[in-house]
Design a protein around this ligand. Structure first.
Ligand code: AMP
Ligand code: FE
Ligand code: FE
Ligand code: ZN
Length: 280
C-alpha cells in the first residue's frame, strides 16, 4: 500500500499573552520538540503572541527553529444570538493594521467585561477584586480563565471547570459575552484579506452557524483536533465539503494541566491542502 505523507501541524494554540501557560517563545520551543512544521499562535483577541514568536524566529533564522513555519493568526471572541462563537482568522503574510486596531479595542472591552463579572460576583457575596484577577493575567488579553484562577486562589472554586460551571459559563450570565457580533467579525476578516475559520465547532449548532456565516465570508471549519474523532469528525468533514469550507487542524492547546506538552495534530497533508493553498 502506498504510504500517505502525513504532517504535524497546529493552527490553534494559546500563549500567556492570553490564557495559555507558556510565553510565545516557549511555545515555539515546544512546537519544535513536537516536530510541528506549521504553527499558528491564536491568542484570544491578541496579536502579541504571534509578533513575539515571529521576532524570535527571525532572530534564530539559522538555528534549529528554522524548519518551523509560523502563520499569522488570532482567535476572535464573538456572539451569535447569545451563543459564544470563536472565529479564527489567518493571514497569508502580515497582520493587517485594521486588525491591530480592532484587537486594541477588544482588549479594553475584555477588561471591562471582567470588571463587570467581578462586580456581579461581589453582589453574590464572592469576595474578589479585579487586581486578584489581573495577577493571573501576565499578557494583554484578560479573560474568564484568569478569573477562574482567581476564584480558586481566593477559595470560591475548587478547579477551573468548577469555576466555569458555577460562575463563568455563558448561561450563568455573570460575565457578559463579547459585544462583537459573529457576522460582523466574519465580514471584517474577509474584508482585511484574512481567512475566517470556525473554531472548535459545537456539534449541536455548527450547521446553523456555518450557514449563517458562510455568506458573510466564513471560509473554513476546524475539523481536526483533540476532541473530534470518529463520527463527529466524519460529520464535520462532510459538512465542510457540503458548504465548501476548507478544513483546518488545531488542538486549542493552552499548556495547562498535568501533561502540558504541545502535541499538535498529525494528519495526511491532503486533508488540509486547500487551506494551505489558500494561505499562499
Ligand atoms: P473568555 O475569552 O474570557 O471568553 O474565556 C474563554 C476561554 O475560557 C476559552 O477559550 C477557554 O480557554 C476557557 N474556558 C471556557 N469554558 C471552559 C471550561 N468549562 N473549563 C475550562 N476552561 C474553559
Ligand atoms: Fe482560552
Ligand atoms: Fe476558543
Ligand atoms: Zn482557543
Amino acid at each position: 500500500m502506498k504510504k500517505i505523507p502525513s504532517i504535524q501541524v497546529d493552527f490553534h494554540v494559546h500563549s500567556n499573552v492570553s490564557d495559555g501557560h507558556f510565553a510565545p517563545e516557549g511555545v515555539l520551543e515546544l512546537a519544535l520538540r513536537a516536530s510541528i512544521r506549521i504553527l499558528a499562535i491564536t491568542d484570544h483577541d491578541a496579536i502579541e503572541g504571534f509578533d513575539r514568536a515571529r521576532a524570535r524566529l527571525l532572530e534564530k533564522a539559522d538555528s534549529a527553529l528554522a524548519p518551523l513555519r509560523l502563520v499569522p493568526g488570532v482567535e476572535l471572541s464573538t456572539s451569535l444570538e447569545g451563543e459564544e462563537v470563536h472565529i479564527l482568522a489567518y493571514f497569508a503574510e502580515a497582520v493587517p493594521p485594521e486588525l491591530r486596531a480592532f484587537v486594541a479595542d477588544a482588549e479594553r472591552a475584555r477588561l471591562e467585561r471582567i470588571e463587570e463579572g467581578v462586580r456581579n460576583l461581589n453582589r453574590l457575596g464572592v469576595r474578589l477584586t479585579v487586581a486578584d484577577v489581573a495577577r493571573h493575567s501576565p499578557g494583554r488579553s484578560i479573560g474568564r480563565s484568569h478569573l477562574a484562577r482567581a476564584l480558586i486562589e481566593t477559595g470560591s472554586a475548587y478547579t477551573v471547570s468548577d469555576a466555569f460551571e458555577r460562575f463563568l459559563s455563558t448561561k450563568r450570565g455573570l460575565v457578559p459575552p463579547s459585544r462583537n457580533g459573529a457576522e460582523e467579525v466574519t465580514a471584517l476578516v474577509r474584508k482585511w484579506g484574512g481567512l475566517a475559520v470556525l473554531a472548535h465547532p459545537p456539534l449541536a449548532s455548527v450547521d446553523r452557524i456555518c450557514r449563517r456565516l458562510g455568506p458573510l465570508g466564513l471560509e473554513g471549519l476546524e475539523v481536526y483536533g483533540k476532541r473530534r474523532r470518529g463520527v463527529d469528525q466524519l460529520y464535520l468533514e462532510t459538512l465542510a465539503d457540503e458548504l465548501a469550507l476548507v478544513r483546518t487542524a488545531g488542538s486549542d492547546w493552552h499548556g495547562h494541566g498535568k501533561t502540558p506538552n504541545l502535541e499538535g495534530v498529525s494528519l495526511a497533508v491532503e486533508r488540509i491542502r486547500p487551506f494551505l493553498e489558500r494561505l499562499e
